[in-house]
Design a protein around this ligand. Structure first.
Ligand code: FES
Ligand code: FES
Length: 162
């Protein structure tokens, strides 16, 4: 069956098989390798994307459910200023990034920051429970999200140039 959806803000149309999942569709057919495939059971979070505004494990999304929906992968998000805030915040807090679930962590951080509300360390840790990252210190991750929030706030408060 053919599905039409928005991938990183661009209209996409593709024929999919019944058992196909979004994670493989992204990697194998759209060549977006920033979405990693790990457990394929919704447990490790490495395959996370933003689907209709929420961070979701793409290995759990059957391709036929994509019709009319909006998918943002790390490649699409990397083109935004919001991405730069998170990269800079993570760098400041020395968040370790081995390459395996970097994208998932960045998209999860964005799911917190995009709400534009105050949040606690516990709320940050809770948002990251869906990601089984074995190489990042949770304390650094929390500090990285706070640092990113500060950078974003600073950016929004910059005086407008005429
Ligand atoms: S590969 Fe999707 S959650 Fe692990
Ligand atoms: S970045 Fe998560 S396992 Fe290394």
């Amino acid at each position: 069956m053919k599905v039409r959806f928005f991938l990183n803000g661009i209209s996409a149309s593709i024929d999919v098989e019944g058992g196909e999942r979004l994670s493989f569709l992204l990697r194998d057919r759209f060549h977006l390798k920033g979405t990693k495939c790990g457990c394929l059971q919704g447990r490790c979070g490495a395959c996370s994307v933003i689907w209709n505004g929420a961070v979701t494990a793409s290995c759990l999304i059957p391709a036929f459910r994509l019709s009319g929906s909006k998918v943002i992968t790390i490649e699409g998000f990397a083109k935004t200023n919001n991405y730069k805030d998170i990269k800079a915040g993570f760098a400041e807090a020395q968040v370790n990034m081995c390459g395996y679930c970097d994208g998932a962590k960045i998209l999860t951080a964005e799911s917190i920051l995009v709400k534009n509300k105050e949040f606690t360390r516990e709320e940050i840790l809770s948002a990251f429970t869906g990601i089984r990252c074995t190489c990042t210190n949770p304390g650094a991750l929390v500090d990285g999200v706070f640092a990113a929030a500060k950078m974003r706030k600073g950016r929004f408060n910059e005086p407008k140039r005429r």
